[in-house]
Structure formats: C-alpha cells, structure tokens
Design a protein around this ligand. Structure first.
Ligand SMILES: Cc1cc2nc3c(=O)[nH]c(=O)nc-3n(C[C@H](O)[C@H](O)[C@H](O)COP(=O)(O)OP(=O)(O)OC[C@H]3O[C@@H](n4cnc5c(N)ncnc54)[C@H](O)[C@@H]3O)c2cc1C
Length: 374
C-alpha cells in the first residue's frame, strides 16, 4: 500500500508530491496525472514577496526566469516597481518533479473515482493508500463569480525586442466591454510571452480577438513577430462572495483551486499551493481525517481573512462599469510599493484596507457594499 496518493499532477498536486518526497523520504508518494506531462501547458508567475523566504529557497529549482523589477501602465500613470518577479514554466515543473518522483509518478493515468483511502482508475485498476488527496483542479462551484480571462502567445521576434523586464498590466489598450490589459514577459532578447487579459463578467476567451489584440500590440511597439511558438489560455474564477464550504464537497482532502486556495482578486494559486505543500510535508501523523481537517481549516482561515478582496471584487465587477475598472486599478497602482506587495501576497492589514478605500476612489465603495449580501 502507498502512503499518499495525489490525484492530479497540476501545480498544487506536483508541488505537494515533490515537497513530501523531499522532506519525508520515509513516506511513499504516488502522483497520478491524466495528461502526458505534469503541469499541462502553463506559465505560473509570482512576486518573490508572495512566498516566505524558506519557500523561495526550495522553489528556486523551478524558477525558469526572474526579473528584478516590473512595470505597469495606465492612461494616466506609468510605474516601475523594484520588486522581483518570477516565472515557472510547466516544462520545468515537469522535469524537476518527475525526476524527484521516479516511479512514484504515473502519467496518462485518469482516475474515475476516489475515496479518502482508495482510487479507481479509468482502466478499472484499484489502488489503496494511507491517504488520497484530490488535486484535480478547479470545477464548477456555487459562489458568485467574475472572471479573469486571457490568451497568451510565446512569440519569437525577428529582431531583439529591447524589453528588459515584465509589463504586468498595460491598460493603455482599448477597453471594449471589459477591463482589458496586456501582460508581457521577456523570456530572452528575441522571445516574449504576450498575453491579452480581461476582467470579464463571463468565462471564455474569444481567441481570434485576443490574437488580433496581441498582434496589434506587438506592431505598435515595433516588435516584428516571426513565429508564434506556443499559446496558453485560461479563465480564472474571481469570487464576489459566497462561502468556502462551496468548494469542500465530499470527504476527500483537496488541494489547489479545487480547495478554494487561491487569491480572490487575481485568481492566482501558486503562493497558496506552496504554503499547502509545506504544511502537508510537516504534518505528522498523516491520516485522511487529519489531512482533511488541517487543509480545510487552512482554506477556511484564508477565505475568512480575505473577505476584503471579495469586497474589492464586487467593487470592480458590480459597482464599476467595465470602463471604470481600469481607473480603480490605476489608482491602486499609485499606492506604496509595499502595500502593493501585500496585496499580491494576500497579506493586507486593516490599515491597508482603509488606505485602499479612503480618499476619492473613482467609483464610490458604498456601491460595492450595496452588493454585500451576495
Ligand atoms: C493558463 C493559466 C495561467 C495561469 N497563470 C498563473 C500564474 O501566473 N500564477 C498563479 O499563481 N496562478 C496562475 N494560474 C491560476 C492557477 O494557479 C492555475 O490554474 C493552477 O494550475 C491551478 O493549480 P491546480 O493544481 O489547482 O490545478 P491544475 O494545475 O489545473 O491541475 C489539475 C491537474 O489534474 C489533472 N486531472 C484532472 N482530472 C483528473 C483525473 N480524473 N485523473 C487524473 N488527473 C486529473 C489535470 O490534468 C491537471 O493536470 C493560471 C491558470 C491558467 C489556466
């Protein structure tokens, strides 16, 4: 019998399996992934300050690129922030984690059913485990949502593009019907990831429109795109209210998006996945009831302390017209860099809450409070 079976080798499942394997070599870990590789086709980025210093160290082998600063741009504000930004590629995640797991990794393995101690594969094979953990990614959940939708292209330019550090949000682009911005990561002198992003009321991406927006953006900057080598797309849930219990159906412990462990306003889950992996690796004894209760408690605490972010989301999605959303973000980016770092790390203080709604916001915050009952 295997000690731990993790179902789903995406971000959260891979990090948890890797961390357990490294910190608890006495436990046998099996990671089951339906796809041909770990992590699918993704770029995951984070601010260095999103992670605790010790986590930054153990995550270092996964970081494919890091930059000392990043930019944002709005019609009335441009800013460079001297905080480190890092990216992990799914191919790097696959290489590092698959090497560490060895024959504890089974790719191309779809799980049909799971209980806290058993797994049944699509082939009919059954596996027994001390603990089964469900990391199969996000699914439908009964809370009110807005969406962060995007399509990104890795492009090769005919000449050096001259970009030295990321542009996290260029909201000077046309804002048709949603808060829209372009996100750019410079991979090398001639290679970029260019992502067309929207804070939209519905999920899904109009791929042709997004490709057009990326092409126009590249052309306006004089980047001659020679080849598009990869595309990635996503619709990340942005909760406007609701309860964490909506994520925790069933009795199998969960991880990642499926556990509601993500930043409410950005939809990003990497910092929570890192913290959960660390927590699991330090847990002893390791039983289904204990893993379920501790991870659920962790998700619940994070959900409860992040109510302010869901208020901000209602402000963005319910109080503001799509055309006004950019102005809220533009004002946000006028705040001190440390506050912005705490925002991305989901560590805002009560003082930060006041600072963010004080003054003369472009959209009155009481309009968001009017949607509180959601
Ligand atoms: C394109 C994209 C870019 C993103 N960029 C960022 C970012 O920059 N920073 C950030 O923090 N967040 C980012 N996110 C948000 C979030 O971090 C990711 O969605 C992240 O991958 C979620 O991790 P997860 O492990 O919960 O789910 P996933 O990574 O989706 O993993 C779930 C895994 O389970 C597998 N699976 C599903 N069903 C079964 C089954 N029945 N049997 C076996 N395996 C199964 C899937 O194949 C998949 O590999 C991004 C999301 C997307 C879609």
């Amino acid at each position: 019998m295997v000690d731990v079976v993790i179902v789903g080798g995406g971000l959260a499942g891979s990090l948890a399996a890797w961390r357990l394997r490294t910190r608890r070599p006495d436990r046998t870990v099996m990671l089951l992934e339906a796809g041909p590789v770990l992590g699918g086709n993704h770029t995951w980025s984070f601010h260095a300050t999103d992670l605790a210093p010790a986590a930054r160290q153990w995550m270092a082998p996964l970081v494919a690129h890091r930059w000392p600063r990043h930019d944002v741009a709005f019609p009335g504000r441009r800013r460079t922030i001297d905080h480190e930004y890092c990216s992990i590629t799914s191919s790097r995640l696959h290489d590092v984690v698959s090497a560490a797991l060895g024959d504890g990794l089974r790719l191309g393995t779809t799980v049909d059913a799971l209980t806290p101690t058993t797994v049944r594969l699509a082939t009919g094979e059954g596996i027994e485990a001390g603990v089964v953990i469900d990391a199969r990614g996000g699914g439908p959940v009964d809370v009110p949502l807005g969406w962060q939708t995007f399509l990104g292209q890795d492009v090769v330019c005919a000449r050096p593009h001259g970009v030295t550090h990321p542009m996290l949000m260029d909201a000077t682009v046309p804002q048709d019907g949603a808060f829209k911005f372009i996100y750019v990561l410079p991979w090398s002198a001639d290679r970029l990831l260019i992502e067309d992003t929207a804070y939209a009321d519905t999920p899904g991406v109009d791929a042709a429109a997004a490709r057009g927006a990326i092409a126009r953006y590249a052309e306006a900057r004089g980047w001659q795109v020679r080849e598009v080598v990869r595309e990635e797309t996503g619709s990340l849930p942005i909760p406007l209210g609701g309860a964490i219990d909506a994520f925790w159906t069933g009795d199998v412990p969960r991880l990642g998006m499926r556990a509601g462990l993500f930043h409410p306003t950005t939809g990003y889950s990497l910092p929570d996945a890192v913290a959960t992996a660390d927590h699991l690796a330090g847990m002893d004894p390791f039983t289904p009831a204990r893993v379920y209760s501790e991870v659920r408690t962790m998700a619940t605490r994070r959900w409860q302390t992040r109510g302010f972010f869901r208020l901000l989301n209602r402000w963005l999605f319910r109080a503001a017209q799509p055309s006004e959303r950019a102005r809220i973000l533009e004002q946000f980016y006028g705040r001190p860099a440390d506050l912005i770092a705490r925002f991305y790390g989901a560590r805002l203080t009560a003082g930060d809450h006041l600072r963010l709604v004080a003054g003369r916001p472009p959209v009155p915050v009481w309009r968001a409070l009017a949607h509180l009952r959601e």
